[in-house]
Structure formats: structure tokens, C-alpha cells
Design a protein. Structure first.
Length: 164
């Protein structure tokens, strides 16, 4: 019995000596606040139909439409109820006109980075974000079917283009 008591005492002493006291370390990291918004998120004023048509014309042709051209475009725009369909038709017709200032596919592919910057400035009045630049470069570089007309059409019919 004495042996058992001694063994238990030794075991208890050994076990208590093996246990280390651990202090929990707490790490506290602070992060600077970051504003995550789209580049065009500050555009909150919807263009009127007249502004939309007039600006699309100016952006493509580099000049303002004549009074008669504007009347014709606005009349066509206002005759149908589906504004998105009419905007699509108007933009396609503006792009298909030989007066439209659209670079060739060869010029676009010769300097993709400049084409992207100029397109964003022309239609969105801003520089592209890094992701937008990467996406557009990847699209233009890897898809031989992408033309400047397709890119311009996408910009002119986008939600961001509809706002100031």
C-alpha cells in the first residue's frame, strides 16, 4: 500500500511537472479603411433621351448633330415604347454610318492599351480600372472576332453610359 501511495505521488509530481503553463497570445491587426466602389459609381444623373442621343452622336462623329438630324433621331427614339430596343437600333445605325469615327481593327490591335484608355475616356470620361484594363486586353488579344465596332457598341449601350 505504501508502494502504491509512493507511485501515485511520483506520478502526480511527474505529471504536474510536465504540464507547461501556456499564455495565450492575442494578435490584433488593424486595417486601413478602403473604399470599394466601381469607378463609375458616382454617376447618378440619368441622361435624358435627347442628351443620350446627342452625346452618342457627338462621341461617334466628333461633332454635334444638326437640328434636322437630332429631330429625326429623337422622333425615331420617341415613336416606340421600348426605349432599350430603340436605343439599340439608333446606336447600331450611328455605328454603321461611314462618318462614325471608329478605328480599324488593325489600329486597335496595334496598340491595345491606348485603344482601351481612349475608349474609356471617350465614352465614360474616366480611366479604366486595373481589372477593366486586364479584361479588355484579354478580350481583344484572345478573340479575333472582336472589332472596335463591337467594343463601341458595348460602351454606348451600357448602363454607365446612360448616366452622368
Amino acid at each position: 500500500m505504501k508502494r502504491l501511495a509512493i507511485v501515485l505521488l511520483l506520478a502526480a509530481a511527474f505529471l504536474s511537472g510536465c504540464q507547461e503553463e501556456t499564455a495565450e497570445t492575442i494578435y490584433l491587426y488593424e486595417v486601413n479603411p478602403v473604399d470599394i466602389r466601381e469607378e463609375g459609381a458616382d454617376k447618378n444623373s440619368l441622361k435624358t433621351d435627347l442628351e443620350f442621343i446627342s452625346l452618342a452622336y457627338s462621341d461617334l462623329y466628333g461633332s454635334t448633330p444638326t437640328d434636322q438630324e437630332l429631330i429625326n433621331l429623337v422622333t425615331a427614339y420617341n415613336t416606340m415604347g421600348d426605349k432599350e430596343l430603340v436605343a439599340d437600333i439608333v446606336i447600331r445605325n450611328l455605328l454603321n454610318n461611314e462618318r462614325a469615327d471608329v478605328p480599324t481593327a488593325q489600329a486597335m490591335r496595334a496598340d491595345v492599351s491606348t485603344f482601351i484608355s481612349e475608349t474609356y475616356k471617350r465614352f465614360y470620361v474616366r480611366e479604366p480600372s486595373e481589372y477593366e484594363r486586364w479584361f479588355m486586353e484579354d478580350l481583344i488579344t484572345n478573340d479575333p472576332n472582336v472589332t472596335p465596332e463591337i467594343i463601341y457598341y458595348a460602351f454606348l449601350t451600357s448602363n454607365e453610359y446612360r448616366f452622368f
